[in-house]
Design a binder for this molecule. Sequence first.
Ligand SMILES: NC(=O)C1=CN([C@@H]2O[C@H](COP(=O)(O)OP(=O)(O)OC[C@H]3O[C@@H](n4cnc5c(N)ncnc54)[C@H](OP(=O)(O)O)[C@@H]3O)[C@@H](O)[C@H]2O)[C@@H](O)CC1
Ligand SMILES: [K+]
Length: 511
Amino acid sequence: MSASCATPAPGASLPGSLLYDAAALRAIEAAALAHAGEATALMQRAGQAGWRTLLSHWPQARRIVVVCGPGNNGGDGYVLATQALASGCDAVVVRLEPHAPRTEPSRAMCAAFEAASGRIEAFGGALPPADILVDALFGIGLSRAPDHATAALIDAINAAGVPVLALDTPSGLSGDRGSADGAAVRATRTLQFLAPQLGLQTGDGPDHAGALSLDVLGVDAHCFEAAQAQARRIDAQDLAHWLQPRPRNAHKGSHGRVLCIGGDHGTGGAVMLAAGAALRAGAGLVEVATQGVHIAPLLARWPEAMVRRTDNVSAFAGALDAADVIALGPGLGQGSWGHALFDETLDAASAADTPLVLDADALNLLAARPRGLPAGAVLTPHPGEAARLLETDTATVQHDRPDAVRALAARWNAVVVLKGAGTLVCAPGGLPWLIAAGNPGMATGGMGDVLTGVIAALRAQGLDAEHAAACGALLHAVAGDRAARTAGERGLLPGDLIDVLRACANPEPHP
Ligand SMILES: NC(=O)C1=CN([C@@H]2O[C@H](COP(=O)(O)OP(=O)(O)OC[C@H]3O[C@@H](n4cnc5c(N)ncnc54)[C@H](OP(=O)(O)O)[C@@H]3O)[C@@H](O)[C@H]2O)[C@@H](O)CC1
Ligand SMILES: [K+]
């Protein structure tokens, strides 16, 4: 294999930024309190940051309704409401009877609000008229699904038809897992405190959190050393880290040879998409092993590809030997043809240690007939395939995507790309990568085939399995966003991504 993309040397700095969970935030908070003293000081800063955020995004708002819960998240809300009053706005706190403040600092902030003649209303089924709602019900202290009365309050927030600013976390959503066990606020914007939470950026997180802001509350940088990160977030800016300009004396052999295997009768388009994506993502040579009936249309679309008919399985042994990377699965099916190709390919790849990218039916076949994989394999399941690979159900995977991707990587000793909103990529025992790009237009048949081709092409160009998977998932998502910018998300096709892949795969180098 060649090296036209760069895998960072061990210890080299990695792109992106870190994401955390509630335990990490507690550790940062403890370090900050040990350093700076009082909890009320941090709460003051949090509420003031909330007020600044509200003012900068909704400067016209005059009627401000703050929904406060019983903990310190509620305390932040009382500070914000007090600030709003001081600025001449009409600020009202709404809360459930059992949600009177329970912590020392939130009691103090509630008392300060009342001392400033702030009004507190008990929620009786309807919220007062508002230009904006502030969600200060629960933050990182959410410990269970909201009960009936709390769910009614959350439903009223979501039904109010005005912008919602959530403090720290949209109430009801787990900032660790990216899922909700019951009712959860759908915010227009969420202002996170201290450090960004992983759960706001994967699964249901983006739909509930809305736009994201962060305020570190003036906490000293060393306080963050105590916190264990849960993921590394990468976005479009980070592509240039891996996709450097090519050396001037490169030749096609420098960029590796990808073999795409799949396309049973009726699903030939899948392997064509994978091959086209591999070509556009920069593979030096792309060969396709498929049913003979697909060869003519494939060559009409991609004359650059080499083809191998596989009506007879033994006919493509030479292609297996020659490949630097094998992409197995697009359109493979689970019939006898697919089974035979699956077995033959895994045997050959294991014997020769050829890097594999497995998708679609290759994953279903693997789940049905578990076997060891050669080192450095990449699996790209959607949540349903992930559930089969973990012998669980899709809801369980989506309930805790970070846990699922770590478990998959450990179970299969492979790099795993768990697709869906906030795609996660994880190597065995590694820190997951969070792909901060992509859009719901990409939830269309064939998008996964494009991803498979992209990852295989990057692997062929010299990235190791983890970096090929992370960079490939990012490149795929960035291409999806670029294609959607032209004419919208609805109706976006995998072929639209392939059309823009080349432009995305050649980012401007960092200065
Ligand atoms: N980290 C920091 O440095 C800073 C943190 N700050 C802020 O503090 C927040 C964390 O505060 P927190 O620990 O008091 O937790 P919080 O989210 O208010 O909720 C806990 C309360 O809710 C209750 N409760 C939970 N679930 C419930 C349910 N389903 N239904 C009903 N009740 C439920 C729970 O009751 P319990 O589980 O104990 O019965 C408890 O009473 C953080 O997100 C940030 O906004 C900033 O002030 C400054 C810097
Ligand atoms: K909240």
